[in-house]
Design a protein around this ligand. Structure first.
Ligand SMILES: Nc1ncnc2c1ncn2[C@@H]1O[C@H](COP(=O)(O)OP(=O)(O)OP(=O)(O)O)[C@@H](O)[C@H]1O
Ligand SMILES: [Mg+2]
Length: 344
């Protein structure tokens, strides 16, 4: 057995194999603080709501945070920002720990392998990902796992480009970040992140139109399409503008980061886009069009959209963890075969 874990700014998702099926468990990476009261106590004790009590406060964590925030007229808070633990949120660590424990569960045997996603260091901010990565690793190790970090973009390649010898460009458009990785036969030759994603689009569109951010996020997630036909001056119009700006920003940085030497001459590279922010209808086409117009130093065979954009990163972690777990067995088998050959 082995597991994959996507530690995202908005969603934390685990993946494991059960027979022929990959099973995902997901929680929102969010929480709300409410005053301890008899009513809160009653509501919580009769349910399986994820929560912690600390002194006279109760923290409701994960998917239920938003419901409780509405009932108690409070705002939800988020343990992560721009792809890593938020330094502005003092309660981040216990909240993340609780969500991760719930999502991954106990290991099925001691030192079960788990590959968890971490972003590449962003090229447009001086945030470092090391503290975040080491903190998550220690939560998982303390639970009895053998935890390994995997770059988020590389995880996309494991998940989506197995049929192409793990060669291509994988891009995860998340909430806090966009992660890009170019791999060549499963070896990453270029990887980077930018500290912009869905949250940035929401904040910009909210500011431009004077709309609360939460409202913008729900309009975007409900039925927004990137067709550029409607709503000039409205929220959807603003969303389109910032979506297009995000795509151009990512493409500009790909142009800047990729060297011709990274790619063998004459090779066509497939591109896969994924992540929650890639969900709106029209996204992949728009990205493809802008990529065609850009001056990328290698040729692109096509742009495709992952079938399940929310699950690519967790699935990629699982693929990596499983192949890692199989390796010692494979090596042992090979050694045995060699020994038998030597005897003959
Ligand atoms: N149907 C949808 N249409 C548009 N955007 C969506 C949709 N569903 C989710 N999103 C957006 O996708 C983002 C979350 O995506 P995802 O779960 O891939 O991010 P994450 O992995 O948590 O973040 P990161 O990788 O940046 O740390 C949010 O900005 C959310 O608003
Ligand atoms: Mg992500």
């Amino acid at each position: 057995m082995a597991k994959g874990l996507d530690v995202g700014t908005m969603n934390i998702i685990s993946a494991q194999q059960e027979g022929n099926e990959t099973v995902f468990v997901q929680q929102r990476n969010s929480f709300v603080e409410i005053e301890y009261s008899d009513m809160a106590e009653q509501m919580l004790s009769r349910s399986d709501v994820l929560h912690i009590r600390k002194d006279d406060k109760v923290y409701v964590v994960g998917d239920d945070a938003l419901n409780f925030a509405n009932i108690f007229n409070k705002e939800t808070r988020r343990p992560m920002k721009h792809g890593i633990l938020s330094s502005d949120e003092k309660s981040a660590i216990p909240m993340m720990k609780l969500i991760i424990e719930q999502v991954v569960g106990s290991p099925s045997h001691p030192n079960e392998k788990i590959y968890f996603s971490t972003p590449a260091d962003p090229i447009d901010s001086d945030l470092s990902t090391l503290y975040h990565q080491k903190t998550i690793e220690s939560f998982l190790d303390d639970m009895g796992y053998d935890a390994e970090p995997i770059n988020e973009g590389m995880s996309v390649i494991y998940s989506e480009l197995a049929d192409n010898d793990f060669t291509g460009l994988g891009i995860s458009f998340g909430a806090g970040m966009t992660n890009v990785c170019l791999a060549y036969y499963a070896v990453p030759v270029m990887k980077f992140s930018v500290a912009r994603g869905g949250d940035w689009v929401d904040e910009q569109a909210a500011q431009a139109t004077g709309t609360p951010v939460d409202k913008v996020t729900s309009i975007k997630e409900e039925d927004f399409e990137l067709d550029f036909t409607t709503d000039v001056g409205g929220v959807e119009g603003a969303l389109s503008i910032y979506y297009e700006n995000l795509l151009d920003y990512v493409i500009e940085n790909i142009q800047r980061e990729v060297d011709e030497e990274d790619v063998e001459e004459g090779l066509d590279v497939p591109v896969v886009v994924t992540g929650g922010t890639s969900s709106p209808k029209g996204f992949t086409k728009l990205f493809e069009r802008h990529l065609e117009e850009a001056n990328i130093p290698f040729s692109i065979s096509g742009v495709s959209h992952a079938d399940e954009p929310m699950y690519s990163v967790a699935r990629g972690g699982l693929v990596a963890a499983r192949s890692d777990e199989e390796q010692p067995q494979q090596e042992a088998d090979e050694e045995e075969a060699e020994a038998v050959e030597a005897e003959d």
